[in-house]
Design a protein around this ligand. Structure first.
Ligand code: HPA
Ligand code: ZN
Length: 342
């Protein structure tokens, strides 16, 4: 299929994004405006320098940059403008629904009052719905901050329980941050009806993914890249229908993989694992959801029906109510396949 018709098909598919961080979705112009208001954060105020600033040596370097951007967010207006910037980007790509990761503990450590965060999320989500994009929230533990962060994130999630909160996550570095220590917080979140979606296997080996599955009862895995190194794990994920939130361009930009063609997503698909495609931190990685579909199609020779299946996977793996899932699935199934070249 020629590139242009594949691109048009990818655009026409109603899409769902399951792994995107709110801070990491700050658009370049928004970051530049914040940087001008907060010169001490050390974030460039010039677009060319910002692109350079968003060139990551490795995952720890990426996290430092991410935290610098986060430190500039101070009130509900900042949060709402991030939500609406993300909304407009999603809408322009025909993304209908997204589960967005928010890290309340980090915002509060950086001095944002809880009420400001909650007000910005609520007003942003309401306006997103008016613009045709449904948003849900995942509140995640910043793993590097340890048990206190786990305790506080759980308490915040269960006490505030804002509209749209569907899941409980775990992010940050994986090396030297065992998943199992957070087991009691995940058990309590699950008990309260939230879903378990920890990051695992992004920056460490398959043992971390096993731990996320066994100790945190993961219902989806954030990234799960290194699962591909363990055939028994791939078989387990396939058999138990635990989807992976794969973020190919993110892994490329943080130097976890050298090329998209070298990304293990091909092996995940061959093993029958439920793969979903996601952007993680789109402007920081110069990524779009449409771009992820196209890059994977080109690297692995996928056609329209494979891409349709990936779009369906994201709906199935989402925490949308059944009626909303079937509405989106019907539209995905009805999206016309582009004509093959003569
Ligand atoms: N992994 C872990 N923590 C993060 C990420 C990620 O991809 N993005 C923002 N925080
Ligand atoms: Zn992530």
């Amino acid at each position: 299929m020629p590139g242009d018709s594949l691109r048009a098909f990818i655009h026409a598919l109603p899409k769902v994004e399951l792994h995107v961080h709110l801070v990491g979705s700050a658009g370049v112009d928004a970051v530049l405006a914040l940087a001008r208001r907060h010169p001490s954060a050390g974030v460039p105020t010039d677009a060319v320098e910002l692109r350079e600033f968003f060139t990551f040596r490795d995952f720890p370097h990426f996290l430092k940059v991410y935290w610098a951007v986060q430190s500039m967010l101070t009130d509900r207006h900042d949060i709402e403008s991030l939500v609406l910037g993300l909304t407009d980007s999603l809408r322009s790509q025909n993304v209908r629904y997204a589960e967005v990761t928010v890290t309340p503990y980090n915002h509060m450590v950086d001095g944002m009052p809880a009420d400001e965060l909650l007000a910005g999320l609520a007003s942003g989500r309401a306006e997103a719905a008016r613009r045709g994009v449904d948003l849900a929230w995942c509140f995640d533990i910043p793993g590097e901050k340890g048990l206190a962060a786990g305790r506080e994130t759980l308490a915040f999630a269960l006490t505030e329980r804002p509209d749209g909160l569907v899941s409980f996550g775990l992010g940050g570095p994986e090396v030297s941050v065992p998943r199992a220590q957070f087991a009691p917080f995940f058990a309590a979140a699950l008990e309260a009806g939230l879903h378990s979606v920890p990051h695992a296997g992004e920056t460490s080996g398959p043992a971390t993914v096993w731990s996320a599955v066994r100790d945190l009862s993961a219902e989806r895995i954030g990234h799960g890249t290194s699962s591909a190194d363990d055939p028994a794990l791939l078989a387990h994920l396939a058999e138990h229908r635990i989807p992976l939130e794969v973020c190919p361009t993110s892994n490329l930009r943080t130097q976890q993989v050298a090329t998209i063609a070298g990304h293990p997503v091909g092996r995940m698909l061959s093993a029958g694992v439920i793969v979903t495609l996601n952007t993680d931190d789109p402007p920081m990685f110069d990524a779009t959801l449409e771009g992820e579909y196209l890059a994977v199609a080109e690297a692995f020779g996928l056609g329209a029906e494979n891409l349709r299946q990936l779009a369906r996977n994201a709906v199935d793996a989402s925490f949308l109510p059944a009626a909303a899932k079937s509405y989106l699935l019907t539209e995905i199934i009805a999206t016309p396949t582009p004509a093959s070249p003569a």
